[in-house]
Design a protein around this ligand. Structure first.
Ligand code: TTP
Length: 397
């Protein structure tokens, strides 16, 4: 199945983490998010991948090159991000006149379900949710999709569109759809046309995750870290205790007195300890440092991030080269135990999580004894003074 992977979006809801890189290249269990999408597609039978790239396109190109896991890779460029139908229109120029699959490059899918989708003819991956009104909802009669309705007040079902499709070959000529109310050319309008022209089947996916907002990056890491198998290749002190599925890559160092409870990955160049505690689903990216008396729980530290001494980091994402001064402490729980909120495009949004810490853009530096409140987001390059307490997000403005 020739497969288009949409990876051109600007990822504005994921800022500040997407200021220097496209969202599909954010790290998930030691690989870019979209590498998991591509792997699932290949395992499901993708014979050829075409990435539609745009925003920060070179990052995608240089990671995948011309072949990925034995499957040829090509690229199509979407110059301005005018919506998913527009992205597919850019991509079909690279396709043969045959049926084609489309996947969102910022979504995680399980391979088995995608295999079912690829075998099903015209189809859309579906997923049951408790509150469908926030999604594109599928109207289904006898297993056949009759239409998809965007964010309806009265949803026709509790089954939603996952952004995974198989279109018939003629759909390559159906992409010239009108702009929607939000000013984009939407692939769901093409799906609606397909529902009129042919039989479109809803294929339930076992597992699916849309990674649009920062806490969903933690969820993606929780999912994929959970699938990792223990593998100890780095330099590990005899006095360190590594429990469960922990991966220590060659070139990573674990010093005396360290306790690591998996799942966790320590990528090459990482040093942990002495006397540090790493737990939960944690990704310590390449060249990161977790020093003496530091606890890191259920977090993602991107390349070069440093938490040197006497600090707590929980349920958080630290961008590239972030540096936490000694004694920096992250809050990840509200006193009222309500879900933590986080700023997304200027608005406070519920993360739905009882535990959520902070989001730090690349190059953030905290002064010693900084306290960061739960849900705070710090803009790229933001700094704090010693003893500062940060209660609200710091944006570029
Ligand atoms: P979205 O998540 O809707 O858009 P986005 O990735 O730009 O993020 P945000 O809304 O936070 O700004 O996109 C769904 C998928 O489609 C995703 O994989 C990116 C891709 N896409 C394109 O390739 N081109 C586009 O013009 C748009 C809007 C999305």
């Amino acid at each position: 199945m020739q497969t288009l992977i949409l990876a051109a979006g600007q990822g504005t809801r994921m800022r500040p983490l997407t200021e220097q890189r496209p969202k599909p290249m954010l790290p998930v269990a030691g690989q870019p998010l979209v590498a998991h999408t591509a792997t699932a597609a290949i395992n499901a039978g993708a014979s050829r991948l075409v990435f539609v790239v745009g925003y920060e396109a070179d990052a995608v190109r240089s990671y995948f090159g011309t072949e990925f896991n034995g499957v040829p890779v090509e690229y199509a460029v979407q110059d301005t991000q005018q919506g998913t139908a527009d992205a597919v229109r850019a991509g079909v120029a690279k396709l043969a006149d045959e049926p084609f699959a489309v996947l969102n490059g910022d979504n995680l899918y399980d391979s088995e379900s995608l295999a079912g989708l690829f075998e099903c003819g015209p189809s859309v991956g579906s997923y049951r949710v408790e509150q469908p009104s926030a999604y594109g909802v599928l109207d289904i009669t006898d297993g056949r999709v009759t239409k998809v309705v965007e964010k309806p007040d009265t949803p026709p079902s509790d089954v939603i569109n996952t952004g995974a499709y198989v279109f018939p070959a003629p759909a390559q000529d159906w992409l010239d759809v009108e702009q929607s109310e939000r000013g984009e050319h939407e692939l769901t309008d093409v799906l609606n046309r397909a529902c009129q022209e042919t039989t479109v089947t809803a294929v339930p996916l076992h597992r699916w995750l849309d990674v649009g907002r920062p806490w969903e990056l933690l969820e993606a890491n929780e999912w994929k870290l959970d699938e990792c198998q223990r593998q100890l290749n780095g330099e590990i002190h005899d006095d360190a205790k590594l429990r469960g599925n922990v991966i220590v890559e060659s070139g990573a160092t674990v010093d005396a007195g360290v306790v690591i409870e998996g799942p966790a990955i320590l990528q090459a160049g990482t040093t942990v300890g002495p006397n540090a505690y790493v737990r939960g689903a944690t990704l310590l990216g390449p060249d990161t440092t977790v020093g003496h008396s530091v606890e890191v729980k259920n977090s993602v530290l991107m390349r070069g991030a440093t938490v040197g001494h006497l600090s707590y980091v929980g349920d958080s994402i630290l961008g590239r080269d972030v540096n936490f001064g000694a004694g920096t402490t992250v809050a990840n729980l509200r006193h009222d135990e309500m879900p933590v909120t986080c700023e997304v495009k200027g608005e406070q949004v519920s993360t739905g999580r009882r535990k959520f810490g902070v989001v730090c853009g690349d190059g953030v530096k905290t002064g010693i004894n900084t306290s960061l409140n739960a849900g705070v987001s710090l803009a790229t390059g933001a700094t704090t003074a010693p003893n500062e307490t940060v209660l609200r997000s710091v944006t570029d403005d």
